[in-house]
Design a protein around this ligand. Structure first.
Ligand SMILES: C[S@@+](CC[C@H](N)C(=O)[O-])C[C@H]1O[C@@H](n2cnc3c(N)ncnc32)[C@H](O)[C@@H]1O
Length: 507
C-alpha cells in the first residue's frame, strides 16, 4: 500500500524489478483434501470444499477466516475494538463505497494537509509482534525466517486461535478471499491473461508462494507438527495469508522500513491520482497519512499504494483502474534475439553476463520506453562486424551501467527502431485477438459477488488488455513517426546527393 511496499525482503519471494525474465514453467495447483474433523481442538480451520473427494484445480476452496468485503460484516466490532485498544477518535468511518467495495469515508470536513489516522504501534502487526502461541513464535525466530513468510505464518497462527488471539476482531474483518491473482487458476491465467506479461508474473508469484510454504513445511512445520498442524498450516491457508499480505502489507519508511499490517489504515482504497502514503509519524507516535486534498463528509478518502502499473495493481490487489486514469501505467514488452542470427551465441553470452536473457521484458509507458530497451534492440540487430560493441550494448540493456552515456549507433538506428516496432505490433495483435475473442462486454461491476466469477475475471482481463494495448498503440505511433522521419531524411540526403552528382555531371 505504501510507496515501497512491493520491495520484498524474503529471498524466496519475487522481487518486483522492472526488468523481468520470461520463464516458462510447468505448473499445477493442487488442493489436497483436508478433513475438518482432523483439526486440532483449539485451532480452527474450515475448508468448504473437498472434504471427502479430491478437489479439482478449477474449484476455489473457501477458508472461514475473515468476511465478505462487500458487506459491512464485522466492521462495527473492528471499530469498537480499535477504539477500546487505543485508536484515537477518527474523522473517518468504514462504509460501503463505489470504488473498492468497502473503504474509509470522511465523517466530517477534512482539510488539505491534515494528518489523519494515528494508529499506535501497539495496534500494528509486524515481524516483532508477540505470538499468542509463544512457542510457535520462538521456533520461527530460531530458524531466522524472513519477514514475509514469518508474517504469513503469524497471520495463520493468530487466525486459527479465533477469540484467543488479540487480533480476532481485525482478522474477522479481513477479506475471506483477497482479490489477488493468487486465486486465479492456471486455466484462468492462460485464458484471460494470454496477451499480457502479467500472466508470467502471476505464475511466478504463485510458484513462489507454494515454494515458500513447501520450504517452511519441510524445514520447520514437519519437525514441529504439534505447533504447526497440516490442517491449519497448508498451501491453501498460505494462499490466503499471502493474499492478505500482498494486498495490505505496507512498508513504513520512518519505522526503519519495517513491513507492517496496519489495522484501520488498511481499509483505505487506492486512487492513482492521489499522492499520499502511509508512514509512521515520530512526533505523534502513530501511523498517519496527510490528506492531499480536502474531503467533504460522506466522501471516500483515498491513499496511494505506490506508482504501480495496472498490471501490478491487478497482480497484488485484484483490480484495474479505469482506462487512462493511471499515470504510472506501463506494459511489459517482450523482446528476443533472432534465432537465425549468426552471432546468436555471442549475443546470448553477452546478455547472460549482465543478468539478461532472451526473451526479455522491458516496461513501456505512454511517455516512451527506457534506454535499456533501445540497447537491447541495438544488440539484436547489430551485424557481426559490430561484435566489439555487443558487450557494451548488453551492459546498457541491463541497467547496470553507472554512467548513463547515450548509446549512439546511427548506422543501425533505423533497424533497431523497426525491430521495436515489430515487437510492439506482434504484442498488439495478441491483445487484439484476445479482445476480439472475449467479445464486447458491458458489465457494470461494483461487486464481483453479484456476478459470475468468470465474467468478473474476464472483465478485469479486458480492462487490463485494453489499457496495455493503448500504451503499445502510442509507442507504435511514435515509432512509425520516427522511422518516417529517418527515412524521409535519408531520402532527402539521397536526393541531395543525386542532385549534386547531376550538377557535377552537367559541369
Ligand atoms: C488495503 S485493502 C483496502 C480495503 C478493502 N477495500 C477492504 O474492504 O478490505 C486493498 C483492497 O481494496 C480493494 N481496492 C483498493 N483500491 C481499489 C480501487 N481503486 N478499485 C477497486 N478496488 C480497490 C482491492 O480489493 C484491494 O485488494
Amino acid at each position: 500500500m505504501a510507496k515501497a511496499s512491493s520491495v520484498l525482503q524474503s529471498t524466496v519471494l519475487p522481487s518486483f524489478s522492472p526488468l523481468h525474465k520470461l520463464r516458462s514453467q510447468n505448473f499445477t495447483l493442487s488442493f489436497p483434501p483436508l478433513p475438518v474433523s482432523r483439526c486440532r481442538p483449539g485451532i480452527h480451520c474450515s475448508i468448504s470444499a473437498g472434504e471427502t473427494t479430491r478437489r479439482s484445480v478449477e474449484e476455489v476452496p473457501d477458508i472461514s477466516w475473515g468476511c465478505e468485503i462487500d458487506s459491512l460484516e464485522n466492521a462495527t466490532s473492528l471499530q469498537n475494538w480499535l477504539s477500546d485498544s487505543g485508536l484515537p477518535p477518527q474523522k473517518m468511518a468504514i462504509d460501503k463505497v463505489d470504488i473498492g467495495e468497502r473503504g474509509l469515508v470522511a465523517s466530517q470536513n477534512l482539510r488539505k494537509g491534515e494528518k489523519l489516522l494515528f494508529v499506535p504501534p501497539s495496534l500494528v502487526i509486524s515481524a516483532d509482534s508477540e505470538w499468542t502461541n509463544p512457542e510457535a513464535g520462538e521456533v520461527m525466530k530460531r530458524f531466522d525466517v524472513p519477514d514475509w513468510p514469518l508474517l504469513a505464518t503469524y497471520l495463520i497462527s493468530e487466525a486459527s486461535l479465533l477469540k484467543n488471539s488479540r487480533w480476532f476482531n481485525y482478522i474477522s474483518a479481513l477479506p475471506r478471499q483477497p482479490y489477488s491473482l493468487l486465486y486465479w487458476t492456471r486455466t484462468e491465467l492462460d485464458m484471460y491473461l494470454e496477451a499480457s506479461q502479467i500472466r508470467e508474473r502471476a505464475i511466478e508469484r504463485i510458484t513462489n508462494v507454494v515454494g515458500t510454504y513447501e520450504d517452511l513445511r519441510s524445514r520447520i512445520f514437519s519437525k514441529h507438527p504439534h505447533l504447526f498442524p497440516k490442517e491449519v498450516f497448508n498451501d491453501e491457508t498460505f494462499k490466503w495469508s499471502f493474499g492478505i499480505l500482498f494486498s495490505r502489507l505496507v512498508r513504513l519508511p520512518s519505522m526503519d522500513g519495517r513491513f507492517a499490517l496496519v489495522p484501520w489504515a488498511d481499509m483505505l482504497n487506492h486512487n492513482c491520482e492521489v499522492e499520499t502514503y502511509l508512514d509512521y509519524d515520530k512526533s505523534s507516535k502513530g501511523v498517519v497519512f496527510t490528506a492531499d486534498r480536502p474531503y467533504q463528509p460522506g466522501e471516500q478518502v483515498f491513499i496511494s499504494y505506490g506508482n504501480k502499473s495496472n498490471g501490478e495493481l491487478l497482480l497484488s490487489y485484484g483490480f484495474v483502474p479505469r482506462e487512462g486514469t493511471n499515470p504510472s501505467d506501463s506494459v511489459e514488452l517482450a523482446m528476443s534475439l533472432r534465432k537465425n542470427d549468426k552471432c546468436y551465441k555471442e549475443k546470448l553470452d553477452a546478455l547472460k553476463k549482465h543478468g539478461l536473457s532472451t526473451p526479455q521484458c522491458f516496461p513501456v509507458r505512454i511517455t516512451g520506453w527506457p534506454t535499456e530497451l533501445m540497447a537491447y534492440a541495438y544488440l539484436v540487430v547489430s551485424p557481426p562486424d559490430m561484435r566489439n560493441s555487443f558487450e557494451e550494448m548488453a551492459k546498457a540493456a541491463s541497467n547496470k551501467t553507472s554512467t548513463k552515456k547515450d548509446l549512439n549507433y546511427p548506422e543501425i538506428e533505423e533497424e533497431a527502431l523497426q525491430f521495436i516496432l515489430d515487437s510492439c505490433e506482434t504484442s498488439i495483435s495478441k491483445y487484439s485477438r484476445f479482445l476480439k475473442e472475449s467479445g464486447s462486454m458491458d458489465l457494470d461491476i461494483t461487486s464481483p459477488k453479484q456476478l459470475n466469477r468468470k465474467a468478473f475475471l474476464k472483465q478485469l482481463a479486458v480492462d487490463l488488455s485494453t489499457s496495455e494495448r493503448r500504451i503499445l498503440y502510442r509507442a507504435q505511433y511514435i515509432l512509425r513517426r520516427r522511422l518516417r522521419d529517418i527515412r524521409s531524411g535519408e531520402l532527402k540526403a539521397l536526393r541531395l546527393f543525386s542532385g549534386l552528382r547531376n550538377f557535377f555531371n552537367f559541369k
